[in-house]
Design a protein around this ligand. Structure first.
Ligand code: ADP
Length: 451
């Protein structure tokens, strides 16, 4: 109904009222009881409207069904039409919402990852059907329960409590199938959390098969290489023609290279496959180790004349696996010699830094382009493959460093700019550090102390 129609119907209503009052007045004047007749006219008019109001109320109370619209007459029909219109648009909106909700359900159930919304205290507010398959969370019985009480994994509880979700959490599902899951949490809204769990069982299995294969191949190659190297050593002692001597020399160098690759592959496999055992950890005097590594690096540099400086906090000890730490740090110091020009400066340091303590190797070599930095710790990734091979590199050094440092609670950070040298830094957390008195530190020769 338009605004004009609306005011028209109420104008008619006013005319009707005027008619009732006019009739009352006329009868009053004729009968001589004007007030009484006017009151009777008003009462009659009001009674009609009360009856219509009652009919309207009854219709609304029965749900304002569109197929049972009352016919009330006068301005009331205009009101009924307005209500009908509002009712129709509310019905349409409800229908649209139902369709939206149904498609939302279908879409969330089609997501293969378990998806949950957690509110305060990590109570489950909503879960899709994959949450039941992967995590055993029943919908709707488990809604309102705390996720930590259902999954019963203390480290998951700690992960959720700490609230640092930059890295995913690895969880073995409590279901009998034992899915391996990657859990991710995103915070949103007013303290709510979206938790997703992806089944990574197949890709983990594939990685294990790949790792096993590399470890087995490396292991199998070890014995034949030892035999070949042994015979080449014997041949080198013989009186050979210059041509044959050159061949034997080249074979020896290649065998040494291959042996180094096999050893590095085996070291990497061990770092990736074997669980680190805290029993193997020692309190290591990294300052002494740094001095020893610098001496080795100076020997490696030899006539190339690198200037190696060491700066250490001698009282700062690190709790770590000595073999893994030694292998990681020596790789960094040796890389600085191998990948920088003769006579350049190398600075090795072990000091406190934000978050704990840092073992840092800075060089003043050619530096590395930014595009290579994220890939340097990949196996066999080299900026210049020819030069790396010529310098005796296997392309596995930085992968070993990254894994060894991570297994000991630290992180490898690489910073470099072409023309400005490079900085390789292993940052270890404060909980791995210890301080000891200065006298003991002065006597230190780099050896570890068994815990
Ligand atoms: P490699 O056996 O070749 O040294 P790494 O894994 O140790 O293998 O290093 C990967 C690559 O990173 C190297 O081939 C080299 O290109 C680059 N690199 C490593 N250390 C340095 C450094 N100090 N300065 C410049 N480039 C470096």
């Amino acid at each position: 109904m338009s605004r004009r129609e609306h005011s028209e119907s109420w104008r008619r209503e006013l005319l009707q009222l005027a008619g009732w009052l006019g009739a009352g007045l006329l009868i009053g004047l004729i009968s001589g009881a004007v007030t009484l007749c006017l009151l009777l006219a008003l009462g009659g008019y009001t009674a009609i409207h009360l009856r219509r109001l009652d009919a309207l109320g009854g219709w609304l109370a029965r749900g304002a069904r569109l197929d049972r619209t009352p016919e009330l007459g006068g301005g009331w029909d205009a009101l009924v039409q307005q209500i009908e219109r509002l009712r129709t648009s509310a019905d349409q909106r409800k229908q649209r919402l139902l369709v939206l909700r149904r498609s939302q359900h279908e879409f969330t159930d089609a997501i293969p990852d378990a998806t949950l919304i957690l509110r305060d205290n990590d109570e489950i507010e909503w879960a899709n059907s994959a949450a039941e398959r992967l995590l055993g969370i029943r919908n709707p019985q488990d809604l309102g329960q705390r996720i930590g009480n259902l999954l019963r994994d203390p480290s998951l509880r700690e992960y959720l409590r700490r609230g640092e979700f930059a890295r995913p959490f690895e969880l073995i599902s409590p279901r009998p199938e034992g899915f391996e899951l990657d859990l991710r949490v995103v915070e949103f809204g007013d303290g709510q959390r979206l938790l997703t769990a992806r089944d990574v069982t197949a890709s983990h299995r594939l990685q294990t098969v790949r790792r096993d294969f590399v470890a087995n191949v490396s292991h199998e190659l070890r014995t034949p290489l030892t035999v070949i190297a042994g015979y080449l050593e014997v041949l080198e002692g013989e009186d050979l023609s210059p041509e044959l001597a050159r061949g034997v020399d080249s074979m020896s160098r290649q065998t040494t290279r291959m042996t180094r690759i096999v050893e590095d592959l085996l070291a990497l496999s061990r770092l990736e496959m074997e669980q680190s055992d805290p029993e193997d950890d020692e309190e290591i005097a990294v300052a002494g180790l740094a001095r020893k590594l610098a001496e080795d690096a100076a020997r490696l540099s030899g006539e190339r004349g690198h200037r190696i400086e060491v700066q250490t906090d001698d009282a700062l000890l690190l709790r770590a696996n000595p073999l893994e730490l030694g292998s990681a740090l020596s790789n960094l110091v040796n890389n600085a010699v191998s990948h920088t020009p003769n006579g350049t400066a190398i600075r090795v340091s072990w000091e406190t830094c934000p978050g704990g303590a840092c073992f840092t190797v800075r060089d003043s070599g050619p530096g590395i382009d930014a595009e290579h930095l994220p890939r340097l710790t990949e196996r066999f990734y080299r900026v210049d493959p020819g030069r790396s091979r010529a310098s005796g590199g296997t392309g596995l050094g930085l992968s070993i460093v990254k894994h060894a440092v991570m297994r000991n609670g630290g992180q490898l950070e690489i910073d470099s700019r072409p023309g400005e040298g490079s900085r390789f830094m292993c940052r270890f957390p404060a909980e791995r550090l210890l301080r000891r008195n200065r006298v003991a530190a002065a006597d230190d020769n780099g050896a570890g102390t068994r815990r």
